[in-house]
Design a protein around this ligand. Structure first.
Ligand code: GLN
Length: 555
C-alpha cells in the first residue's frame, strides 16, 4: 500500500507524473550523462546555463542516509576518503558552471582526506562524519577558506578561526569541500542578493534555489556535497530546502552555537543543516549541537541521540503515527498560496492520517503580524550588527577626506542595495521618536506569537504548514520588488520569532520545469523538541511514495 502512487499526484498535473531521476544511486554522485561545457570558474551572472534538466524514469527509492553509506564504505575499506572526496569534487566541478552554488572550493579537501585515510590505516577511531564531503554557508567562519558572507565588504577575508559548528564538523571527521553562495549577510530569499553570483535551482536552471542559504541547498540537491550547513534567521534554511527538494532543519534557538556565524539578527539567527534525508539532517545536528563557552546564548542542555529513534521503515508497523496529533496552521493554507502548494500540503496531511495520526486545522489569528514584526526586529538588529563593517575593523578601506567620510565611502562601496535598505529601515525603527511605534510594538507582537505557538503546541504534537506560498520562481522575477520577496517569508519568520525548531521534508511537486518543482512540508515542534520532530519527519519521509532527486543535467 505504501508504494502505490497517491491520487493527489495525479491531480497536480503532468509534471507530477514523471518520476525524477535518483541522483545518489550507490551513495556517490553519478557523473553527468554527457559532459556539460565548462566555462571556467564561477561568474557574477544571472544568465541561465545552457544545460537542460532531464528527467528519467527510475525505480522509486526511499531516501537513505548518504552519510551512513559513506562512513560504512570508508570503515569497511571499500572506499578511501580520497576516493570519496575525489568523486564529489569531480561532480562539484562538473555541475558548478550550471548551478553556481560555491563561492570557494577548498584546495585542502583532498589533503584532509589523505590525512583521514592515514588515521584509519593507523587503526584510529574515526568520527560519525568520517570522510563525508560537506559544504558550509559562507557566513560561517572557516580558518582555511575565505568567508565573505556573500558581501563585497568581506571580499578576501580569511578568518583566523573556525566557527564552532565548523570546528565540530571537522572533529567529527567531515571533509569540507567549499563555501556556499548566499544572499549578502543572509538578507534575501533567492541568492540574487549575493555580491558574487546567482545560484541556479538544479530542478530548473532558470529558477532561483531560494535563499539565503540557496548555495547550500542547491549543492546538496545537485550532489556536489553530501550535506551542508546553513543559517536561518527567518527561513533561510527551510525555504531553499523546499525549493530544491532536500531536507532542511532549523534547530531551536540556542541548540547550536552561533560563535563564528556572521551576525544578521542575533536574537533570531540559528545554524542548521541540509541533507538528502531526515537521517542525515539528524546526524549533522548531533554533530554540531551543544553548549559552547564562546556563545552564552547556546543552551547547556544535553544533546540527545537524535538518530537511534529513526527506525527502518520495515520495523514501523502499519500505523506508526497512531496517537500523534498534527495541526495545520489555518492562516498558512488560505488565499495567496499557490494551488499546487496547497494540494501538496493537504495530500501530505492525508498521508499522515493514513499512518494513524490525526490532523486538524489550528487557527493562529495573529499569525500575519509576524512578518512586519520580523522585518522591524531583524533590520533593527542588523543595523547594529553591521556597524562593525566600516573599513577599519573589517572590510577594505575607501578614501575619505576625514574619518566620517572614510566610513561612509567604505560602507557605500562595500554593501549591496538590499543590505543598505535594511540598515536604513533598522536605523529608522530604532531612532528616538519611532522606537515605541516600531521596535517596541514589534517586540510585543513577538511575545504574542510566542504565546500563540505555545498554546497551539499544547493541543497538538507538531504544527504543519507550507514553507512558502509558491514553489521556486524565475531568476529576476522578484528582484526589483523587495516587498514581494518579503511576503514569501510569511510562513517561516514566526518560527524564528518564537525560537522553535522546524523541519522541512519534501512532500510533493508543483508544475514547472522539466520534472516538476519540489514543494516542502514544514513541521514545527516545541522548543528543544528536535528528537520527536526528526522521528516524525523520518516516518513521513520514509513512507511517502515519491522520491525527490533533482534531474540530471545534460549539455
Ligand atoms: N528571507 C529572510 C530575510 O531576508 C530570511 C533570511 C534568513 O533567514 N537569513 O530576512
Amino acid at each position: 500500500m505504501l508504494h502505490s502512487r497517491p491520487m493527489w499526484a495525479r491531480k497536480v498535473g503532468p509534471s507530477a507524473l514523471t518520476q525524477p531521476q535518483v541522483f545518489h544511486a550507490a551513495n556517490l554522485p553519478v557523473v553527468l550523462h554527457q559532459r556539460a561545457t565548462r566555462n571556467g570558474s564561477t561568474q557574477c551572472s544571472a544568465a541561465p546555463s545552457s544545460a537542460a534538466a532531464v528527467c528519467e524514469s527510475s525505480v522509486q527509492q526511499r531516501p537513505t542516509s548518504v552519510i551512513r553509506k559513506i562512513r560504512e564504505s570508508l570503515v569497511s575499506g571499500e572506499k578511501s576518503a580520497v576516493e570519496i572526496t575525489e568523486a564529489y569534487l569531480a561532480n562539484l566541478r562538473e555541475r558548478e558552471p550550471h548551478v553556481r552554488s560555491f563561492l570557494h572550493v577548498s584546495e585542502k579537501a583532498l589533503q584532509d582526506a589523505q590525512e583521514l585515510d592515514k588515521r584509519i590505516a593507523g587503526g584510529e577511531e574515526v568520527g560519525p562524519l568520517a570522510g563525508v564531503p560537506l559544504g558550509v554557508k559562507d557566513n560561517l567562519c572557516t580558518r582555511d577558506m575565505p568567508s565573505t558572507g556573500g558581501s563585497q565588504i568581506l571580499r578576501g577575508y580569511c578568518p583566523p578561526f573556525d566557527a564552532t559548528a565548523v570546528a565540530k564538523l571537522r572533529s567529527s571527521g567531515a571533509i569540507l569541500v567549499g563555501k556556499t553562495n548566499m544572499d549578502e549577510f543572509g538578507m534575501g530569499s533567492s541568492t540574487e542578493g549575493s555580491a558574487y553570483q546567482v545560484t541556479a535551482n538544479p530542478w530548473d536552471l532558470s529558477r532561483i534555489p531560494g535563499g539565503s542559504s540557496g548555495g547550500s541547498a542547491a549543492a546538496v540537491a545537485a550532489g556536489q556535497c553530501a550535506g551542508a550547513l546553513g543559517s536561518d534567521t527567518g527561513g533561510s534554511i527551510r525555504q531553499p530546502a523546499s525549493f530544491c527538494g532536500v531536507v532542511g532543519l532549523k534547530p531551536s534557538y540556542g541548540r547550536v552555537s552561533r560563535f563564528g556565524l556572521m551576525a544578521y539578527a542575533s536574537s533570531l539567527d540559528v545554524v542548521g543543516c541540509f541533507g538528502t534525508s531526515v537521517m542525515d539532517a539528524a546526524i549533522l545536528l548531533e554533530a554540531v549541537a551543544g553548549a559552547d563557552k564562546n556563545d552564552s546564548t547556546c543552551s547547556p542542555q544535553d544533546v540527545p541521540d537524535y538518530t537511534s529513534n529513526l527506525l527502518p521503515i520495515d520495523g514501523l508497523g502499519s500505523r506508526p503515527l497512531a496517537g500523534i496529533k498534527f495541526g495545520i496552521i489555518t492562516e498558512t493554507v488560505g488565499d495567496g498560496v499557490d494551488e499546487d502548494v496547497l494540494l501538496a500540503v493537504r495530500q501530505a496531511a492525508a498521508h499522515l492520517e493514513s499512518l494513524g495520526a490525526s490532523v486538524r486545522e489550528v487557527a493562529m489569528p495573529n499569525f500575519s503580524l509576524g512578518l512586519p514584526a520580523y522585518y522591524v526586529l531583524a533590520t533593527s538588529e542588523a543595523s547594529s550588527n553591521l556597524a562593525r563593517y566600516d573599513g577599519v575593523r573589517y572590510g577594505p578601506r575607501a578614501h575619505g577626506e576625514e574619518v566620517m567620510s572614510m566610513y561612509g565611502n567604505s560602507r557605500a562601496q562595500g554593501f549591496g542595495p538590499e543590505v543598505k535598505r535594511r540598515i536604513l529601515m533598522g536605523t529608522y525603527a530604532l531612532s528616538a521618536g519611532y522606537y515605541d511605534a516600531f521596535y517596541k510594538k514589534a517586540q510585543q507582537v513577538r511575545t504574542v506569537i510566542q504565546r500563540d505557538f505555545k498554546n497551539a503546541l499544547q493541543e497538538v504534537d507538531l504544527l504543519l504548514s507550507p514553507v512558502a506560498p509558491t514553489a521556486a520562481y524565475k531568476i529576476g522575477e522578484k528582484v526589483n520588488d523587495p516587498l514581494a520577496m518579503y511576503v514569501g517569508d510569511l510562513m517561516t519568520v514566526n518560527v524564528n520569532l518564537a525560537g522553535l525548531p522546524a523541519l522541512v521534508v519534501p512532500c510533493g511537486l508543483a508544475k514547472g520545469g522539466t520534472c516538476g518543482l519540489p514543494v516542502g512540508l514544514q513541521m514545527i515542534g516545541p522548543a528543544f523538541g528536535e528528537e520527536s520532530l526528526l522521528r516524525l519527519g523520518h516516518i513521513f519521509e520514509q513512507t511517502l511514495p515519491m522520491s525527490f532527486s533533482a534531474p540530471t543535467l545534460v549539455a
